[in-house]
Each structure stands twice: as C-alpha cells, then as structure tokens.
Design a binder for this molecule. Sequence first.
Ligand SMILES: [Zn+2]
Length: 350
Amino acid sequence: MVVVIPLKSPDSGPILKCDRLKDARARRVWRGPGCIAFMPELPEVETIVRSLRPLVLGRQITAVELRRNGSSRSSHPTASRILASPAREFEQRLPGCSIESIERVGKNIVFHLRPYMGRETRLYLLVHLGMTGRLTCETTPEFRQKHTHLVMALAEAGRRDSPHGTAPLEELRWLHYSDIRRFGRLRLTARPDEALSGLGADPLEIREEEFFRLLRSRRSMLKSLLLDQHFLRGIGNIYADESLFRAGIHPAAHAARLDRKRALRLYEGIRETLSQAIAQGGSSISDFVDGQGYAGNFQVYHQVYQRTGEPCVRCGAAIRRIIVSSRGTHFCPRCQRGAERRAAGVSLKK
Ligand SMILES: [Zn+2]
C-alpha cells in the first residue's frame, strides 16, 4: 500500500518558510511534487532482515547480474553510484558464496557469506537502503522494476556442484535490490567492523546505566542527539519524535540536564516505540515494503509524527511542528513541556 502525503498538508506549525522548504526538499521523492520519502529506520530494516531470513538463509549465490546502461557487458552498471565496491567484485566474488546469516547493524543489513570451497577469506555484503532502497526476494530473475539494479540467483544448499551452479530454474530464488533515488550503498568487504566503525550502541541492546552515562556526557538537544548515529544507531526522524512523545519530554530539552527519572522514561520510551514498530512490520509512509513485499502497519499508531494540527491522543492539544537541528519535529506542547524557551531561541519562530 502506498500512502501519499501531500507537502501542503494542513500544517499549522510555526515554521519559517525557508526551513519548511529545506525540510521538504530534503525528503521529496521521485514521484514529483506532493510526495515525501522516508528513510527506513531501525524497525524497517529489522523487518526486512526478519522477512528475508527464512527465504535466503543457507542458500548459495549462483549468479549475480547488474543492470547496465547499455546492452554491452562493458557499459557501466546503472547502480554504479550505489556500488561502494567495484562492479567486477560483485560479479566475481559473490557467485559460489552461501548466506550463513543476516543481521541488522543500525540501519545497515549485513549478509555473512561463506566462500565457495577452498576460496579466500570470509566475505560480507553490507546494504544500506538510503532513502528508497528495497531488498526483496522474488520468484523471477527479470528486472521487473525500472529501478532494479542488482539481482542475485540463490540456489538451495547442496543443489549445486560448481560456483556457477546447476540447480533447476524452478528451485531458484532471486534477491533484487532496487533503488529509485540511488542513495543506497552496497559494499563487499572482509572487515565489516571497519566499514561500520563509529556507530553508537543499539538502542534495543544498550543497558540503562550506559544510556544514562552517555546522556550526561552530551550537550546537545535530545532530538538531535537521538538522530546522531554515533550516539545510538538506527533511530531517525519518525522514531525520535515518537519516543520523545512517549517519554513526555520536549525535543529541544538538553540531554545532560535530564534528571534520572526523565532519562529512564526516555530509555523505556525508545525501546517500547521501536519494539512495537518492529511488531507492526515498520512504518510504510511512502513505499517501504519488507523482503517479501509486504507493507508495514506502524504508521497507523504514530502519535505525533506528521500529525501537525491534529489533537494529541493523551490531552487533546494540537500537535505542533517545529524545526530542531534542521529537522521537522513533531510534539505535543502540553504533554512535552519543559524546553519551550530553549526551543524558541534556537530553532522556532512564531
Ligand atoms: Zn498531549
């Protein structure tokens, strides 16, 4: 299901015109005026990983095809901007590898690959979906979508006796990567820890004490801190707003000044929000689907995000939209008191 959100939605938030334009432009999608794209966040990426596991685990990659600009094999792949490793590495090193496991690291998908017999060291395929990346398991090798850039054929384990495979066509599955705006990244590496270095702790794994210690050491506003992938990995605009509402804390509140009680509310608010979003298969606001092509449902449960002007589900006050650290931010002015003056000074004009 595709839900189209008009840019000119009823938006009574006190936003400077230039901020509104900047914010909208950053998120405008390919469909032209009137639509917004949303970057998949932790729950959406986790949903994709969970949906792909039963379909691809244990399977062996028998072929890789990159869509190219022309008919000649020598022309550039259409995904050249997306490929963070040379195209020939995808075509030469992936066939023969089997998929041992898939995990999520922040907003990244990591495929653990076991090389074909006697071949080199272990290999990892890292996928970051950018804004409009899709990773789906299909029953056809055809490049059905105009924006499909890479297709991998996956055979059942034991069905093949060479790196290029001999499995019958009907037993194959095809993993497609498509990306309309091409902000996604595909990387092959033997050192995923290096490629993903600098990311903060996972919000679903970090312990309370560590979370409090990190909060106390940061001087930024909570909204920008939650978006900082070096602080916690995987949270973006949707879940930052929803978590702060759940905790009843103003998005512009100062991290280091949060007392223990409110810090604990935030810690729990983040974990509850993310866990419920995963249980609902993520938020399908623009065109997000999981690895099997199903849309998520958590957008129905958003309490503040993109609900500007609508009544708060707790108190009935109108949800407001402000700009914090250049990002559109939604909150309830009654349930999330405490930093209005700071917000007014830093980022909000009436
Ligand atoms: Zn409220």
